[in-house]
Design a protein around this ligand. Structure first.
Ligand code: GLY
Ligand code: MN
Ligand code: MN
Length: 353
């Protein structure tokens, strides 16, 4: 991956690429500390960090030259710029504030700061085997936690209680953290795609949308299932089956070479034909890795083709205000000819008694 950054540096005629973005720092160096600067020039990989982290950085990033930051990161960078007679510095324009750039420009008058966008995000789209293993482990924890929770859900329990149980179980199963606060939307609250778990108590006749995931060794998982409390009404079955059909259609077409838009359309067309396209107002899915939402996007706005080893969610939903909602979400890895599901868990409508 450093080779790809160096090729890009050559194309834009820069001496060095710098990053202060925490996730990118971890991705490039494996260093997990909270502060530091990555410096990739044509002949050096340097990680500058402070006293709290130099020993850790040495252990986690053996292929990197670790430089101890004596005063500020900026001072350490200034020293490198001077020593190495750097003239053009590529930086990540999405993550550097206007203020920071102005300060650099004032301080380093002879240096040109060249904005770059998406350099590391693009590399992060395609996962290594090691990354896929970690995401799969995070997915397994989410599946096990949800599987353990379902038989314990009873009418009268509050949404917030379910969310708390899930968090606790994922941690007990080895997760470091939740990937995001679990979403639990019951009854009419299921129409809120990102329902914040409330004190509302589960009741007979509810749909319950549960969306959850965890972080395992830095990598995230993402999983949604919708359950029904008691025997489903015909309308509930109708909506559930449309969403399931839409998800199945997308999973069946998903393969390398298709664009994010094409996969999104496979699911959206099913929902449109059923007359509910206005009730599916978000995109079909997103990449998952060190971050819960990353590239590539499965959306009408992504014309880039998918490639093997990308990890994405497939999560169509139908949301009917005042009535409720259904979402079914799996996490999948793109293979040479299709995709493998990492969140293996039944999608038959599960009835909670
Ligand atoms: N956690 C929100 C989502 O599924 O993307
Ligand atoms: Mn989710
Ligand atoms: Mn998701």
């Amino acid at each position: 991956m450093l080779n790809q950054i160096r090729s890009r540096l050559a194309e834009i005629n820069c001496d060095v690429f710098i990053s202060m973005h925490q996730t990118h720092r971890r991705y490039l160096t494996k260093f997990t500390g909270s502060a530091g600067l990555v410096w990739i020039s044509h002949d050096a990989n340097i990680l500058i960090t402070d006293f709290r982290y130099t020993e850790q950085a040495g252990e986690q990033s053996p292929d990197w030259e670790i430089i101890l930051q004596q005063s500020t990161l900026e001072e350490a960078m200034a020293q490198l710029i001077e020593e190495r007679r750097v003239r053009r510095v590529a930086f990540e324009s999405e993550y550097i504030t206007v203020n920071q750039l102005a300060e650099w420009q004032e301080k380093f008058e002879a240096v040109e700061f060249v904005p770059t966008k998406g350099l590391v995000a693009q590399l992060r789209r395609v996962k290594t085997s090691d990354e896929i293993e970690k995401i799969a482990a995070a997915a397994k924890i989410a599946v096990e936690a949800l599987t353990a929770l379902v038989p314990r859900i009873k009418p009268g329990m509050a949404e917030a209680e379910l969310a708390l149980e899930l968090e606790y179980m994922m941690r007990r199963l080895g997760a470091k953290a939740v990937a995001f606060d679990p979403i639990v939307g019951s009854g009419p609250r299921g129409a809120l795609p990102h329902a914040i778990p409330s004190d509302r108590k589960i009741q007979a006749g509810d749909f319950i949308v549960i969306d959850m995931g965890c972080v395992y060794q830095g990598y995230c998982s993402d999983l949604t299932r919708t359950f029904v409390v008691g025997r489903p009404e015909p309308k509930q079955l109708e909506i559930y089956n449309i969403v399931l059909e839409a998800q199945t259609a997308a999973l069946n077409v998903l393969k390398p070479g298709l664009t994010g838009r094409e996969v999104d359309s496979a699911a959206r067309d099913v929902i449109r034909r059923a007359g509910y396209d206005r009730n599916f107002g978000h995109s079909l899915g997103h990449g998952v890795g060190l971050e819960i939402h990353e590239d590539p996007r499965l959306s009408q706005f992504n014309e880039e083709p998918l490639a093997p080893r990308m990890v994405v969610t497939v999560e169509p939903g139908i949301y009917l205000p005042g009535w409720g909602g259904v979402r079914i979400e799996d996490l999948v890895v793109v293979t040479e000819s299709g995709c493998d599901i990492l969140t293996e868990l039944t999608k038959e409508l599960t009835i909670i008694e």
